[in-house]
Design a protein around this ligand. Structure first.
Ligand code: NAD
Length: 319
C-alpha cells in the first residue's frame, strides 16, 4: 500500500482509518471519498477528499486513475439495521458498489480490501468458537450481501488474480464517530448514556452475546492484513477477528465498576434482536493470528476505561 483510495471514508471506520493511514503513509497518499461531504467533518474539508458515489462506476474509475492509487479500501455500504429497513437499496449499494470497486481493482491492477462482518454467519452456523471455515447461511439482507461479497472477492482473486483481502469484523466500539445503524450499536450508545444520564435502555436482551472489538485494534488489524505477505494468507475473504464476546449485562457490569450507580433496562427491538440471535456468540480468530499476527490490545476492562475517559473529555462530563 503506497497510495490508497478509501470509499465511505466519512463513516465510523473511515473517520479513524483515514487518519491512521495518513499518519503512516503521508497525507497525499490517502485519498478519502464519500457520497457527499459532511459539514464539520475534518476529512471532507481537505484537498485529498473526493466525492465518489460507488454506484457511479465512471466517476469512481476516474478518481482512482487520476490519483494513480495502488490500493482500494472499500468501506461504502449500508449496515445491518439500515439494510433490514431498506433491503433492495442495501443489495444495490453493497453488491453493485462492491462489483464496481472490484472491477476497478482488476482493470488498474490494485490491491483490494473490504470488510466483511460476523453478519456473514447465520442461525445454522456453530455459535461458540465459530470456525474460520464453516456454514454461512445468513438470514438478514446485510448478511446475505456480506457472504456474497466474500464469495465475489474470492472469485476476483481466483479468476483474475486481484489481491483481495478481508476480515469479518465484530461490532466496533469507538469514541470518535457514532455507528452507522448496526445491531451492535448498543455497545457504543451505552457509554454515551452512562455519562449523560447514568442509565441506558438497551434494544437487545441482557444475555445476547456477540463479538466486539475496540476501534484502535480494528484499525491496526486493517493495516496489518494489508501489509501481510501474500504467501502467508491461507484464507483471504474473510478472516475472523474479535477481541471479546460480551452481552449487554456483561458490558453494564464493566461500566458499573467505573460508575457504580449506572443502571441498565431493556426495551427489545425485535428486528435487531432477531439479527443478533442469528449471529455467533463468539468466533475463533486463530487463522488471523497464525497467518498475519492478529493480536488485539484491548479487552473489556481496558476498553471501558478508555471509552469513559475519552468520552468524558469529549462531552465535558465527569464519570
Ligand atoms: P458507516 O455506515 O459508518 O459508514 C459508511 C459510509 O459509506 C458512510 O460515510 C456513507 O456516507 C458511505 N456511503 C453510503 N453509500 C455510499 C455510496 N453509494 N457511495 C459512497 N459512499 C457511500 O459504516 P462503517 O461502520 O464505517 O462500516 C464500513 C464497512 O465496515 C462496511 O462494509 C460495514 O459493513 C463494515 N463493518 C462495520 C462494522 C462496525 O461495527 N462498524 C462491523 C462489521 C463490518
Amino acid at each position: 500500500m503506497k497510495k490508497i483510495l478509501v470509499t465511505g471514508a466519512l463513516g465510523q471506520i473511515g473517520s479513524e482509518l483515514v487518519h491512521a493511514l495518513r499518519k503512516k503513509y503521508g497525507d497525499d497518499n490517502v485519498i478519502a471519498s464519500d457520497i457527499r461531504p459532511l459539514e464539520n467533518h475534518p476529512i471532507s474539508q481537505d484537498e485529498n477528499f473526493e466525492i465518489v458515489d460507488v454506484m457511479d462506476y465512471h466517476r469512481f474509475l476516474y478518481v482512482a486513475k487520476r490519483h494513480e492509487v495502488d490500493t482500494i479500501i472499500h468501506l461504502a455500504a449500508l449496515l445491518s439495521a439500515v439494510a433490514e429497513a431498506f433491503p433492495k437499496r442495501a443489495w444495490e449499494i453493497n453488491m453493485t458498489g462492491l462489483v464496481h470497486a472490484l472491477e476497478i481493482a482488476r482493470e488498474l491492477k490494485l490491491q483490494f480490501f473490504t470488510p466483511s462482518s460476523i453478519g456473514a454467519f447465520g442461525p445454522t452456523t456453530p455459535k461458540i468458537n465459530t470456525p474460520q471455515v464453516t456454514i454461512q447461511r445468513p438470514s438478514s439482507m446485510y448478511g446475505i450481501t456480506k457472504v456474497s461479497g466474500e464469495l465475489l472477492c474470492d472469485y476476483y482473486f481466483n479468476t483474475f488474480g486481484v489481491d483481495t483481502r478481508s476480515m469479518r469484523f465484530p461490532g466496533l466500539i469507538s469514541h470518535v464517530s457514532l455507528p452507522g445503524g448496526g445491531t451492535t450499536d448498543y455497545a457504543v450508545d451505552i457509554y454515551y448514556d452512562a455519562l449523560r444520564k447514568g442509565s441506558y435502555e438497551c434494544f437487545l436482551s441482557e444475555d445476547t452475546f456477540m463479538d466486539m472489538m475496540y476501534m484502535d485494534d480494528a484499525i491496526d488489524a486493517i493495516i496489518q492484513l494489508n501489509e501481510a505477505q501474500a504467501e502467508n494468507l491461507h484464507h483471504r475473504n474473510a478472516y475472523n477477528v474479535s477481541s471479546m464476546s460480551i452481552s449487554p449485562r456483561v458490558l453494564a457490569e464493566a461500566i458499573q465498576k467505573e460508575i457504580p450507580d449506572f443502571e441498565i433496562s431493556y426495551q427489545i427491538d425485535p428486528i435487531r434482536q432477531n439479527i443478533a440471535n442469528s449471529w455467533p456468540d463468539q468466533i475463533d480468530c486463530q487463522a488471523a493470528k497464525d497467518d498475519w499476527g492478529f493480536s488485539p490490545k484491548y479487552d473489556l476492562t481496558a476498553m471501558t476505561k478508555e471509552m469513559l475517559t475519552q468520552l468524558s473529555n469529549k462531552l465535558l462530563i465527569k464519570p
